[in-house]
Design a protein around this ligand. Structure first.
Ligand code: GDP
Length: 328
């Protein structure tokens, strides 16, 4: 990124006018692990904040191979052709741990990427300054300021990850495939409870019948869980991203959900809650970092661990001792 090409003010202006090139550059600032870029990214965000907030943010989760990218490509293309602006951001938890990427290494969404109304961004890599989730949240804001009305946040389902993503989106969809008939035994109830809808993918050819059966089983199951969104009844669907069957119906469902949030004044309430979660988790993260980077803590921690594990000092006493070192 050549930093001297334009000022942050110009960049903000160009992003608002819909320049995808500048949106991409803006996100690169946000994602950078250099302190100087971080500050520029924050400056950019501040300028764009007044123009954020007008989108529906949709989290899409599912195991690798569930059909997430193919689904987003199909639905996204459908929406772009309706004249809507669609952004796709990805969160790949593996990049946090291994710096590898489950999501990044495929040729992704080729058709959608040709749509002038689409913006696709692969997952950020980890690093300092708040990590992957901060980067995605701020990228969402930039996309909103650039006028994207529908923002998909795609994530691989690995448990903890969905919980994070749930706190940054308005609607959460779980994609699942049919298996040998015992699908529902294998699903993690906790993840289904986060979902506003379940989509059984690849409902085409020989698989179509089984997919419908799985959908019905999910619908049964969904009746008994406590919905994540107030007064909303999650539903299951089938869909084929090859034939397009189910895509229209799923979009109608998403719109219905959006109306539900708006009519019941849940939209702003949820977004406020998202911001509060973000603030509190950022504070926790920063404190954790600064605690473990504290010189005296770093120096004394090994011996304190030793004392605790040898049974010489109770855990709570050790904690108090460490905290008083930290507060000094
Ligand atoms: P992801 O890992 O969840 O993003 O899954 P992909 O979208 O990459 O899909 C995994 C595989 O399933 C790919 O080989 C796709 O071509 C295939 N696939 C995805 N959607 C469908 C579908 O609707 N029907 C069929 N038959 N295959 C599909």
């Amino acid at each position: 990124l050549r930093r001297d090409d334009f000022s942050i003010e110009q960049m903000a202006e160009l992003i608002r006018k819909g320049s995808r090139v500048h949106l991409a550059k803006g996100i690169t600032l946000i994602e950078s692990n250099r302190l100087e870029d971080f500050h520029k990214g924050q400056e950019l965000l501040k300028l764009l904040m007044p123009y954020t907030g007008r989108s529906i943010r949709i989290g899409i989760t599912g195991v690798p191979g569930a059909g997430k990218s193919t689904f987003i490509e199909k639905l996204g293309t459908y929406l772009c052709q309706m004249g809507k602006k669609v952004a796709v951001l990805a969160i790949d938890p593996s990049s946090t741990v291994t710096h590898g990427s489950i999501l990044g290494d495929k040729t992704r969404m080729e058709q959608l990427s040709k749509e002038p109304n689409a913006f696709i961004r692969p997952s950020p890599s980890a690093g300092t300054l708040g990590g992957v989730h901060r980067k995605t949240r701020e990228s969402i804001l930039l996309c909103e300021a650039a006028g994207y009305e529908i923002i998909f946040v795609e994530t691989v389902g690995v448990g903890q990850n969905e919980v994070h993503v749930r706190t940054m989106v308005d609607m959460f969809l779980l994609l699942t495939i049919t298996g040998a008939g015992d699908e529902l035994q294998g699903i993690k109830k906790g993840i289904v409870e986060l979902a506003d809808g379940v989509i059984v993918t690849k409902a085409d050819g020989e698989n179509r019948k089984l997919a419908i059966k799985t959908k019905n089983e999910y619908n049964q199951f969904l009746k008994f869980i406590r919905p994540n969104t107030d007064l909303w009844e999650p539903k299951a669907f089938t869909c084929s991203s090859l034939t397009g069957e189910g895509i229209e119906e799923i979009w109608a469902f998403i719109e219905q959900f959006n109306h539900h949030l708006q009519e019941n004044h849940l939209f702003h309430e949820q977004r406020k809650k998202q911001l509060k979660d973000w603030l509190l988790s950022s504070i926790t993260e920063r404190l954790r970092q600064s605690f473990f980077e504290h010189e005296e803590i770093k120096e004394k921690l090994p011996s304190i661990i030793e004392q605790v594990t040898e049974g010489e000092v109770p855990v709570s006493t050790a904690v108090e001792k460490m905290l008083s070192l930290y507060r000094k």
